[in-house]
Design a binder for this molecule. Structure first.
Ligand code: NAI
Length: 330
């Protein structure tokens, strides 16, 4: 049976994959360390390597994996911006879980929006201390506001659907306009500039690519409404953090909800509370009022994890049985 090496494994991954693997019988070894150039040689003798969002499969790492005899790189996530697909060596293939639960991510984006708007994080801390005052907790009705959605793929469309339920107007931007969804969900495709101009709330749901890298920067934020609320559950590098901090300091942005951060790799999903290691910009953001940050947890629902485990193991099965896989990243 094929041997699979997992990188960046957490307890919940292990528990779940072990449970599902009872039907597949792969020989799995779980490592806590992340995949990169230094750790790639650990894959010697494995048929497949399974990684997550903050593992780095750059050109050199991919070459080492190939030389170690690895035939398949299994992404137990949807995004593949951490894999240098253009420099994939021949004989090494990459598969992913293209869709596991758009609801998990879209609902988390809404949770961030509501937390920021209604100051739930502050209220929670206050009532825990038996402080029942309302000063500083003033929010706004989401009903009637204009929501701007960048990226109307699977997650973006679920987010739009939920936002329509709140009674908002939704304007959206995507490089590929889905006219059917526009009609069905009742939103309007506009240019990016118009979206910036009209939206009270902006939520990012596009992938990280060369074109979207730092798409939210000083220039784009300046085009936004004063007091805009920005939500990012997509990828940290969609936002230029230095510009973001400057625009928060100038009160241009009234609220920020982040599930991802530009330099999250070393921090997110890890307990750093007893470490002296700190990221300056992350610390500044965390200390700011009306900024809510979660640690790349938008995907983290029972339903999504089940699907991730099942589809990842199915991808491995399909590849080793047929040499191909419908979820291959090309
Ligand atoms: P999808 O592929 O269904 O949709 C992405 C959409 O973005 C597509 O409609 C595409 O045309 C559009 N797009 C591509 N380039 C664009 C550009 N330059 N400007 C505007 N739109 C552009 O992907 P899905 O499933 O909706 O996921 C979206 C993103 O969410 C993923 O790429 C990933 O980065 C992120 N994600 C985050 C998770 C988390 O736990 N925080 C979990 C899963 C995904």
């Amino acid at each position: 049976m094929q041997k699979i090496l997992f990188f960046d494994t957490k307890e919940y991954d292990k528990k779940l994959f072990d449970e599902y693997n009872q039907n597949y019988h792969y020989e799995i070894k779980y490592l806590e360390t992340k995949l990169n150039e230094e750790t790639a040689p650990l894959a010697q003798g494995y048929d497949a390597v399974c990684i997550f969002v903050n593992d780095r499969a750059d050109k050199e790492t991919l070459r080492i994996l190939k030389d170690c005899g690895v035939k398949l790189l299994v992404l137990r996530c949807a995004g593949y911006n951490n894999v240098d697909i253009e420099n994939l060596p021949e004989g090494l293939k990459v598969v992913r879980v293209p869709e596991y639960s758009p609801y998990a991510v879209a609902e988390h984006a809404v949770a961030l929006l509501l937390s920021v708007d209604r100051k739930i994080y502050k209220a929670y801390q206050r009532t825990k201390k038996y402080n029942f005052t309302l000063n500083g907790l003033l929010g706004f009705d989401i009903h009637g506001k204009t929501v701007g959605v960048i990226g109307t793929g699977k997650i973006g469309r679920v987010f739009i659907q939920i936002m329509k339920g709140f009674g908002t107007n939704v304007v959206a931007y995507d490089v590929f306009e889905n006219k059917e969804a526009e009609k069905e969900l009742g939103f309007e495709y506009v240019s990016l500039d118009e979206l910036y101009k009209r939206a009270d709330i902006i939520s990012l749901h596009c992938p990280l690519t060369k074109e979207t890298n730092k798409i939210i920067n000083k220039n784009s934020i300046e085009k936004m409404k004063d007091g805009v609320v920005i939500i990012n559950t997509s990828r940290g590098k969609l936002i230029d953090t230095d510009d973001l901090i400057a625009m928060l300091e100038s009160n241009k942005i009234a609220g920020l909800g982040l599930d991802v951060y530009e330099d999250e790799e070393e921090f997110f999903l890890n307990d750093m509370s007893n470490s002296y290691k700190r990221d300056k910009d992350l610390s500044i953001l965390l200390s700011m009022p009306n900024v809510v940050i979660t640690s790349h947890q938008a995907f983290f629902t029972r339903e999504a994890l089940d699907k991730i485990a099942l589809v990842s193991l199915d991808n491995i099965k399909e590849f080793f049985e047929t040499g191909n896989c419908k979820n291959e990243v090309k």
